[in-house]
Design a protein around this ligand. Structure first.
Ligand SMILES: O=C(O)CCC(=O)C(=O)O
Length: 273
């Protein structure tokens, strides 16, 4: 990031358009991350709804059901924006919005129906999330949304960090390359060739990953004895509304302040067939 302009450099913008993700180091301050961690620890110790349990998803490594050992392991504290004003402080952080404005234009809307959560990876009972595109269950006019993944602590291979397939957001991938839950099939040689291009990187508290809603990504289980916490939000340009009646339209959204200086013209990607 350019510290004087508080927005992405042109190289970072190009990298995002080419790869479908970028890492911005230290975008969130250490004090914000500390405040988040203290809040999240409190809320995990006395959780209130809505939450999502590992057992609900049945991903590899998850407890079989909520009655099984580890069945009460929480995966996501949902509706983060309603949990504390700290989340709105982060969601409207001017440097963050300036970065997003470079990718999505000056008029941004925060979806409250997708992500909007604290993602936890807890020891022993956390699961593997297979390769997928977030857009698989989302319904908007166009696949043009960007998610913001804020690490609140170290994210490593051993505690289930993210991995991405660069350029996958620009590919047209036929339905038969996905399974019935719309995970990218790892048994197909043509998919394996793509998966071989996987990229991952360690994150530290305050680092942010911006990724496109079509970028294939995965994350492993947490094999350490410390919980990993991340805050995840998703933004869209104002002219890409959710489809009426869909789950994406099921909750109100938050309109962000207009971002001065953000490009109003941005490269478009053809809609998927
Ligand atoms: O931390 C993980 O398991 C990955 C989560 C993820 O990719 C998602 O929820 O879309």
């Amino acid at each position: 990031m350019d510290p004087d302009r508080q927005r992405l450099t042109s190289e970072q913008g190009d990298a995002f358009r080419r790869d479908g993700f970028i890492v911005i180091r230290g975008l969130a301050s250490p004090s914000l991350c500390r405040d988040f961690l203290s809040l999240v620890h409190d809320q995990l110790a006395a959780p209130f709804n809505p939450v999502e349990f590992e057992a609900d998803l049945g991903y590899p490594g998850a407890p079989a059901d909520r009655a099984a050992e580890g069945g009460a392991t929480i995966r996501r504290l949902r509706q983060a924006i309603d949990r504390d004003s700290l989340f709105t402080t982060w969601a409207t952080d001017p440097p963050l919005l300036a970065c997003l404005g470079e990718l999505l234009g000056p008029d941004l809307v925060l979806s409250l129906a997708h992500h909007n959560c604290i993602m936890t990876k807890q020891p022993k009972f956390s699961s593997v999330t297979g390769w997928h595109q977030d857009f698989r269950y989302w319904s908007f006019q166009r696949p043009e949304l960007v998610s913001v993944w804020l690490a609140l602590g170290p994210e490593r291979d051993e505690n289930g960090r993210l991995e991405f397939i660069p350029g996958s957001h620009n590919l047209t991938l036929s339905e038969d390359r996905f399974d019935e839950r719309r995970f990218f099939r790892e048994d197909l040689p043509q998919n394996q060739a793509l998966i071989a291009k996987r990229q991952s990187f360690d994150l530290e508290a305050g680092d942010v990953v911006l990724f496109h809603c079509l970028t294939l990504h995965t994350a492993g289980a947490n094999r350490t004895d410390a919980t990993k916490f991340s805050v995840v939000l998703t933004y869209r340009p104002a002219d890409n509304p959710p489809l009426p009646g869909s789950r994406s339209a099921s909750l109100p959204e938050l309109t962000m302040p207009v971002i001065a200086g953000a490009p109003s013209q941005r490269p478009t990607r053809p809609n998927r067939p």
